[in-house]
Design a protein around this ligand. Structure first.
Ligand code: FAD
Length: 343
C-alpha cells in the first residue's frame, strides 16, 4: 500500500472495557483523539468490544466520541487476542480510519501489535506526544528513544491506518459533557466459539494486594539506596501511614524486592500522583521519564550530587534510614494515626 489514502478518514480509539467501565486511558485517548480529529476536520470514533459493553457508549460520547462501533457478544466476554483482533480488523477494513489509538496497557499493546501485523501497517509503541499534520493527515507520534536521551517522532508514510499505543496518564481526558449524544453502530462478525483456539478455563486473581500506582495520589518510591528487601519494608510502613502506593526503580524490581507492576519509568509505569517521594533513587533518566509530571516531587538521597535533586521540588540530603522513621512518626502524629501498626 502506498500513495492514495483518500478512502481513509477519521480518528479512532480502541475503548478498553473492563469491570463494567471504560479504562481511564481510553478516556484520555478520546481527549487526544478529539484534538487530532478537529485538526483534520474529521470525526472521532471509538470501538467497544466485549460482552454487555454497548451501554458504555454513552460515556464515550460524553468524553468526546462522535461515533461508537460496538461488538457486543458473549464470545468477547474475556479478552482474547484472536477474537478481539478479528473484530477490530473487520471494523478497520470496513470503515478505513486514518488513525487508530490504543492505551499501552497489556491488552492494548497485545491487540495493537496483532492488528498491525495482520493489516499490515506500522505501529508506534509507548507514544508520549501526538500531533497530526493538518493537510497531509500524517500522524506525528513522538516517544523517548535511545534510553530516553532523545525524543523521536515516528511517521507511517506508506500505510494506513496509522497506529500508536499511548501510556496511561500521559494524555488528558476532556471534561465529560453530560448528555452529549453520538452515533452508536452495532457491529458483528461471524465468529463461533468452536473456531477460537484460545479458551479461558478459569481466572485466578492474584492474592497479593494490587497497588495501582498509575491511579495513586501519593506514591512512596524507593531505590537501591534502601539496601535490601528488608530495608525496603520501611517504605511500606511510610506508604501505610500516608495511604500511598509503593513505587520502585527498575534495579529494585530486578533485585526481586518488589513486583514489576510497582516499577516506575521508561520500562515500567508512567505516574502522575499529586506527591511523589523518591527515596534512595539516584534519578536515572529512565526513571525520571516515568514520574517527572508528578505534582510535587520530594527526594531523599544521601549523595548531594545525585541527579534526582535536579528533578525534584524539595530535596533532603541524608540517610533514608534516619529520615524515613522520623517522617513516619511525624505523619502519624499529624494524621492522628499513632496507633496504626504495619508489618
Ligand atoms: P542506583 O542508581 O544504584 O541509586 C541508588 C541511590 O541511592 C544513589 O543515588 C545513592 O546515593 C542513594 N543511597 C544509597 N544509600 C542511601 C541511603 N541510606 N539513604 C538515602 N539514599 C541512599 N530504571 C527505572 O527506575 N525505571 C525504568 O523503567 C528503567 N528502564 C530502563 C530502561 C533501559 C533501556 C535502561 C538501560 C535502564 C532502565 N532503568 C530504569 C535503569 C536505570 O538506568 C537505573 O539503573 C535505575 O533507575 C537505578 O535505580 P536506583 O536509583 O534504585 O539505583
Amino acid at each position: 500500500m502506498s500513495g492514495d489514502f483518500s478512502d481513509y478518514r477519521g480518528v479512532w480509539v480502541f475503548l478498553e472495557a473492563k469491570d463494567g467501565r471504560i479504562a481511564p486511558v481510553s478516556l484520555e485517548l478520546l481527549g487526544a483523539g478529539r484534538r487530532l480529529a478537529d485538526k483534520r476536520k474529521t470525526e472521532l470514533a471509538g470501538v467497544l468490544i466485549g460482552d454487555g459493553v454497548t451501554a458504555l457508549a454513552g460515556t464515550a460520547f460524553e468524553y468526546g466520541a462522535d461515533t461508537v462501533y460496538a461488538y457486543d457478544a458473549p464470545i468477547y466476554k474475556h479478552y482474547r487476542t484472536e477474537t478481539y483482533m478479528k473484530a477490530l480488523f473487520a471494523c478497520i477494513e470496513k470503515y478505513k480510519p486514518e488513525i487508530v489509538l490504543f492505551g499501552a496497557t497489556s491488552t492494548g499493546k497485545d491487540l495493537a501489535s496483532a492488528v498491525a501485523t495482520d493489516l499490515p501497517t506500522g505501529l508506534t509503541a509507548d507514544t508520549t506526544i501526538l500531533d497530526v499534520e493538518e493537510d497531509t493527515g500524517l500522524l506525528l507520534a513522538s516517544r523517548p528513544a535511545f534510553g530516553g536521551n532523545i525524543m523521536a517522532t515516528i511517521l507511517c508514510k506508506k500505510y494506513r491506518p496509522q497506529m500508536a499505543t499511548v501510556r496511561p496518564k500521559v494524555m488528558k481526558s476532556l471534561a465529560p459533557e453530560p448528555g452529549r449524544q453520538g452515533k452508536l453502530i452495532p457491529e458483528a462478525i461471524p465468529l463461533r466459539e468452536e473456531d477460537v483456539r484460545t479458551k479461558v478455563l478459569d481466572i485466578v486473581r492474584s492474592t497479593a494486594p494490587r497497588v495501582r500506582i498509575d491511579e495513586a495520589d501519593v506514591i512512596v518510591a524507593g531505590g537501591k539506596g534502601l539496601g535490601s528487601a528488608a530495608g525496603f519494608q520501611l517504605l511500606h510502613q511510610l506508604a501505610g501511614v500516608l495511604g500511598a502506593a509503593v513505587g520502585a526503580s527498575r534495579d529494585v524490581v530486578e533485585a526481586g524486592w518488589i513486583g514489576h507492576h510497582h516499577q516506575v519509568g521508561q520500562t515500567g509505569v508512567t505516574v502522575t500522583p499529586k506527591i511523589y517521594f523518591a527515596i534512595g533513587i539516584s534519578g536515572a533518566i529512565q526513571h525520571i521519564v516515568g514520574m517527572q509530571n508528578s505534582g510535587l516531587i520530594i527526594a531523599i538521597n544521601k549523595d548531594p550530587a545525585a541527579p534526582i535533586f535536579q528533578s525534584c521540588h524539595y530535596g533532603i540530603v541524608g540517610d533514608a534510614f534516619e529520615i524515613v522513621p522520623l517522617m513516619i512518626e511525624q505523619f502519624k502524629k499529624a494524621l492522628g494515626k499513632e496507633d496504626v501498626q504495619h508489618a
